[in-house]
Design a protein around this ligand. Structure first.
Ligand SMILES: [Cu+2]
Length: 291
């Protein structure tokens, strides 16, 4: 009986060992494959990305600056406050003979710990408010485009400016849908970010994006432009960007909107002024041909 139990235990152990070995090998292969096959996507996510997306607008640049500015202030406060605290705790501990002192709440301490944090908060709020106000200023745009969130695609209507009247839907590219459905997608740089019709805009122009939705709340987000605006059914919200360089920039719906929330990417193609004019002409020709 004991012999049998020992045998069973031995079998179980060796099976466990081979399963863990296979798992370790499998994950090592997976990590290596991923590291070799997926590359950074310019204008989109990068492999092992830790920081924000490289900025493509002035606003996004200022957001980065603010982020690191605040981070530095918080880090300094953290080190100073905890440094003084732990120094005091260790240096003046009871076991080395220190006794608690009765304090009469000196006024200079109270003033100090009220005024200094107040100044720090003001110092942080001023530059933040400046950027926030600039972010919300959608006046004097060169181009106005309405982005309508739908389960699960985006509709773009060029409302004002060059290209007025152009209107199309932008959905996930079918090949990416198939990759996702397969349950084992191959390593792809722009996985689930490829669309049939990207949003096309000219470089260096102020683009106002009006957001709304047809069904549930979605959100229009393009990290490289530093924009993220809810698209709410029955409401109109707006945001703006001025791309500093041409290229492809990627974003996604940023408000959980249902089972295919991950399948409504945003691809913005920023073209030179001439290329944009050519694109507009081509689009308008297509509209005339369709009539
Ligand atoms: Cu959505």
């Amino acid at each position: 009986m004991t012999n049998q139990a020992g045998k069973l235990l031995g079998n179980a152990l060796s099976r466990f060992r081979s399963v863990t070995a296979t798992m370790a090998l499998g994950s090592a292969v997976w990590v290596m494959e991923a590291a070799h096959a997926v590359n950074d996507l310019p204008g989109g996510p990068a492999v092992n990305q830790l920081n924000f997306a490289p900025p493509a607008t002035k606003i996004a640049e200022e957001q980065h600056w603010l982020h690191w500015f605040m981070m530095a202030i918080c880090a300094v406060i953290f080190v100073v406050v905890f440094g003084v605290m732990f120094y005091s705790i260790v240096k003046h501990r009871k076991s080395v003979g220190h006794k608690a002192q009765a304090l009469s709440e000196p006024i200079w301490v109270e003033l100090g710990w009220t005024i200094i944090p107040l100044l720090i908060v003001i110092g942080m709020a001023l530059p933040a408010t400046k950027v926030l106000v600039a972010q919300k200023d959608t006046t004097n745009s060169d181009l106005t485009i309405k982005a309508t969130g739908m389960q699960w695609k985006w509709g773009y209507d060029y409302i004002k400016g060059e290209g007025e009247g152009i209107s199309f839907l932008s959905t996930l590219d079918n090949s990416h849908r198939e990759m996702s459905n397969s349950g084992n997608p191959p390593a792809t740089d722009d996985y689930l970010l490829k669309v049939d019709n990207p949003l096309v805009v000219p470089v260096g122009k102020k683009i106002r994006i009006i957001t709304t939705a047809n069904d549930v709340i979605h959100a229009f987000m393009v990290p490289a432009f530093g924009i993220k605006q809810d698209a709410i059914p029955g409401f109109v919200r707006d945001t703006w960007f001025r791309a500093e360089k041409t290229g492809d920039f990627y974003g996604q719906c940023a408000e959980l909107c249902g089972k295919e929330h991950a399948y409504m990417p945003i691809h913005v193609k920023v073209l030179s002024a001439e290329a944009y004019t050519a694109w507009v002409t081509e689009q308008q020709k297509a509209v005339v041909a369709a009539k």
